[in-house]
Structure formats: C-alpha cells, structure tokens
Design a protein around this ligand. Structure first.
Ligand SMILES: [Zn+2]
Length: 321
C-alpha cells in the first residue's frame, strides 16, 4: 500500500449532498466526503479491471483502500476546515486565526483564548469553525441551482411528479485529497463518477497524482481533517491505538451514508466537526492510516473517511503567509 496526494478535477457538475430532501438534492456539501470518494475510486478500479470481485469482498470486510475527504483548491491554494480558533469579522471580512497562539497555550497547559472584537470595526468576530478557508480567506465554491425532470427508467419518458431541484458544484472545480491504494495500481488519470446522478452525466471527474505523501509524527497535537468519532481510545484494525486526551471542537450528528453492500443506510452517529484540534497519545502510530482516516466498525457497517488526523503543524504551515 502507498499513501499519495491527488488532485480531483470535475469534468461535469457534481451533486454532493448529504441526503435527498422534498425539494430534491439541495444544500450540497462544498467538499467530497472521504467515504464517497473511496466508493467512487473503488467502483472505477473495478470497472477498469484493476480490482476483481475477490478484492471488493475483501474491501467490504476489511477496508484497506481509503480516502480522506477532498477539499477544494481555490486560486491554487488548498483549503482546510477552520479550527475552533478561527473567526471572521462580519463587516470587513478580516480573518482572525488564533490556532498557533492556542497550540502554544495548550503545550504550556494554559487555557485557549477566543476572539473578542475586530480591532478595526469593533464588532464581535463570528466563528468560522468547520468552514473552509485557504491562505486567501474563506473559500467560496461555485454552486448552481437547477431543476431537472426525472425520467421513468422503464418507459424512458419523463415521469409525472418527478421534477426535482438540485444544486451542484460547477465543473472545473478542483479538489485535493489523500488516498491509500495498492502499490501496483496506477491512479494517475483515473476517471471517477462521484455523487448523485452519475447515470445522467453528473459527477464525472479525473484523478491526477500529485505526490507521495510522507509525514513525520513527533507531536501529540493533531488536526482533524475530517469529522472525528469522539471515542476515548480509537483502536485501528492495523495495530495502532490513539488515546484521545482532549478535543477542542463541537459535536454534531452525521448520517454516515449508504451501505452499498448491505443496501441500507449506514447509522447516524455523533461526531466532532472537522477542523477540531486533538491532543492524543499514540501507540504504534501509522501515519498512512490516520492521514486517510481510521476506519471504524459501527453496527456492522464500516465507517470510512472519518478520523483523519494529521499533525497540527500541517495546518499551521498551510495557514502561514
Ligand atoms: Zn472588521
């Protein structure tokens, strides 16, 4: 297995939504969830004949091909979910990132500090935790809304009452992500089909290899590049144990997607929003797993694409001008 960084470019609009509502697929996500990306990559590798039925069964039982969430690259800058220590002035738009100061506070066993007012406008700073930011500031992803007619698949005609709205990420948007894939698989140039409506031409994307991803871990403060399951101790199927001592973040509920093998929705679980800062003790650390998310078995389903932990220094380096 090897750990690589890739770019994913949309060749057609992608409908990436957490669920279908009454009006259709609206409120799309601004990123590609790791589990969705993993599913799209595995399907494509199977269609291309690079994985066989046996490999698929093994992946269902024991996930080894893994993907981090894919976040947009805007104007050449990678975006990241903001930590709980990031805020923005509503009036002038200035971003205040206290992460670096607070990492020092955490190391010195001091309480973290939070924002007060904008120094220029004297208005309260609003938190940006979990929202996507890059060096340039808060990230806007091109989204458009449209209405589509559902097609009755058996008769090939437009079906009554099947008109639905959808919101899609525009074609041309590029994302970055990390993948764990078998060494012998050539991923550069792989076509994937991601999100909803792929049979109608949505979600066509191309993966481009960027670099091998190597990470040195000699810190015990991590950054959660994805949502995190708040367990005291995360045992990975690969021998490492992560003992979580402190999490700076906020919980939310997450529908973990659709289980293709079992044909039922995956469970709804409590997670800490992505961008959290995590103090943890790690035994037998395997960066190649945590960089693409430690898989967890919940109610008979493997949850992937969560628990992506990277050293906090990566986030700090990405934020520095
Ligand atoms: Zn201001």
């Amino acid at each position: 297995m090897r750990l690589i960084q890739v770019n994913i470019k949309l060749k057609s609009p992608a409908i990436i939504s957490a669920k279908r509502t009454k009006e259709g697929y609206v409120k799309p996500l601004r990123y590609l969830p790791g589990s969705t990306l993993r599913g799209a990559v595995i399907s494509s590798l199977y269609v291309e004949g690079l994985l066989n039925e046996e490999n698929l069964k093994r992946e269902a039982k024991n996930p080894s091909i893994l993907a981090s969430p894919a976040y947009p690259i805007i104007d050449g800058f990678k975006s990241y979910p903001a930590t709980p220590f990031v805020g923005k002035c509503k009036l002038c738009g200035k971003i205040y990132d206290l992460t670096e100061i607070n990492i020092r506070n955490i190391i010195e066993s001091k309480d973290p500090v939070f924002h007060g007012e904008c120094e220029k406008c004297q208005v309260p700073i609003e938190p940006l935790y979990g929202k996507l930011i890059s060096k340039r500031g808060e990230v806007e992803v091109g989204i458009f809304r449209s209405t589509s007619v559902g097609i009755d698949k058996r008769r090939g005609v437009s079906a009554r009452g099947m008109l639905f709205d959808y919101e899609a990420i525009k074609e041309g948007v590029e994302f970055w992500a990390r993948l764990r894939i078998p060494r012998e698989i050539e991923i550069d140039g792989l076509e994937i089909f991601i999100g909803r409506g792929t049979s109608r031409g949505f979600g066509h994307a191309i993966i481009k290899f960027t670099k091998e991803y190597e990470v040195e871990v000699d810190e015990n403060i991590f950054y959660a590049l994805s949502a995190l399951v708040p367990l005291k101790s995360i045992k990975t199927p690969y021998g490492a144990t992560i003992k979580i001592e402190e999490v700076y973040g906020r919980c939310k509920q997450l529908q973990t997607g659709w289980d293709i093998e079992k044909f039922k929705p995956r469970p709804i679980i409590n997670v800490v929003e992505s961008g959290a800062v995590v103090v943890a003790e790690v035994e037998h650390f395997k960066p190649e797993i945590s960089a693409v998310g430690i898989p967890l078995e919940v109610e008979d389903s493997w949850i992937t694409g969560l628990n992506v932990l990277t050293p906090i220094s990566e986030y700090l380096a990405a934020r520095r001008e």
